[in-house]
Ligand binder design. Sequence first.
Ligand code: SF4
Length: 635
Amino acid sequence: MPVPGYAGRVAFVDLSSGSVRVEELGKSVIELFLGGKGLLYYYGFRLISPSADPLDPRGNRLIVAAGALAAHAPAASKTGFLGKSPLTGILCDSYAGQVFASKLRMAGFDALVFYGRAPEPVYVYIEDGRVEVRPARHLWGSSTWDTWEAVRRETRLGASVAAIGPAGENLVRYANIMVDGFRAAGRCGLGAVMGAMNLKAVAVWGSRVPARARPDRWRSLYLKVYERHRGDEPTRAWARYGTNDGVSVCSRLSMCPGRHWRRPWLPEEEASRLSGDAVLSREAPRSVYARYAGVLWGWGCPVKCSKLASPRRRGLEHIVVKPEYENLAMLGLNPYVLDPDEVLYTEWLVNGLGLDSISFGEAIGWLMELYEEGLVSREELAGLTREPRFGDPEAVRELATLVAHRRGVGAVLAEGVEKAARILGRGLDLGVHVKGLEAAAWDPRGRRGLAVSYATADVGASHLRGWPRPHQPPSAGPAAETVRSMLEDRDWKALLDSMGLCSFTPYKPGEVEDLYNAVTGLDRSIDELLLVGWRAEALARIHAALAGRVPEGDTVPRRWMEPIPEGPLKGEKAFRDEEDMRRALEAFYRLRGYDPETGVPTRETLERLGLGWAAGEAERAAREARRRLRAAAEA
Ligand code: SF4
């Protein structure tokens, strides 16, 4: 009998033979890892070798997991994807919103594991317990938008579709997975993992919600939570813009990636050009919303913050995008294109090509800085008809096409900034990344302790792995003081990712605990549930240490240690100095129970987390890390 609320099944799809094996999802795994993020790291740790080549589908896996509350809670919108990242070489999880996860569970599965390379391009269709591998040669080369439409036509209009574009097919190391057209599991190049498998898309449709342990209790809780979230005043105010007013916010806080991270603060007349009001003045009419109603908001979402917008340009009337802060910042502020119509057009193109807008935005901002500084010559920019100058939207779009098809200089940028700098032999310390993952659009020089979060995040420079409290500039005191609050937020976010809940909704810990227990009947306390993030992080760090990224990668890029050049926080740096960073990392290792020299979880910590079975690998990882540290010291 499956645990109530879960489908209780995981499908393993061998694309090289087209065979499918189904395993039961056992109670002991659920108790430790819940779903979503927790489950992704459980399977990722067990099934993917730290030495596997991320672009070799015999060794790598693409794992997809529904959160524990998918199909059971308001705004249970997140679908988790994980593989060994082609960009960083370590395990990486990335999430897309909307309804895929709930449909997956209703189709009879809690998770999917893909491996092997199909002899021809394929897509996989899952409906009510059946898994079919179907030919997709006719879709190869199509944009994510066209693939989404075509797969729905060939399966069911109500199916949810996760697809790659040309970037994934061409193994761009930061290719994304687009879900239902508008949502991206954007980070770490998981689209290239699919491309290497010849897997163009995965579509799901299901009709059976698994039975809940206490249906009456669940129903009253669901309605109560839904009504509270719908009426929550701060959330209602926030929902007016969604994340679209982020440029105004980041500028106010001196946290923007402006002009390749050289302008974290912008004068009002510049920031206002990409403000929430500027974006919403391009909002699509209600008739367009009606067309996309089933795929625009997360499963059962009471908040509905997503917006649709179109560029105000003749000839671009057909374009509809869902603007978000990260797109506005990395496709607008980073290359310093401040015209919202141009940025919306670029977002549409980049999403259709299947590129992660964060990594791509960083790659082009980095190239523009190199060009401006005379570190790259015109002759090295094969295929590019324009000069890569800040403020030129045409150059940005030309680069997007070159990267997605790996043509000319695009083939170099397709490697991500860390590898691209090694290929060029220049610009390594100008790239803004952690562990090879380009940074999301929040500059930590505006907030004390955020840099520790970037330095220690499981996947590299993610802004979604914990924000410290309170909000103060880094000079306000030692960064170490903020680590505890950062970890509290990290564990809360990891719980939401494991439950599959959207972090933009005002969930309270008690609501998550009550809903989970009503659905599953497992009666877990919130303190027990919150351990899932620490477990995932501990496994991630062992794996990353064996892959050579921990503890060496626990640091921040040089740009963030340069003082902010202007504005109210002029002079601030990510840490006050190197010693401030060292002490903050020490505090992180101590609070988490990781070895102070290698940053790898100790045996005692793993046993405390119920992960004693991973202690052998942890000891091997610590030995490897020590050997590398010694070799580096002697070099
Ligand atoms: S709050 Fe916004 S992002 Fe979250 S599920 Fe609802 S519509 Fe989606």
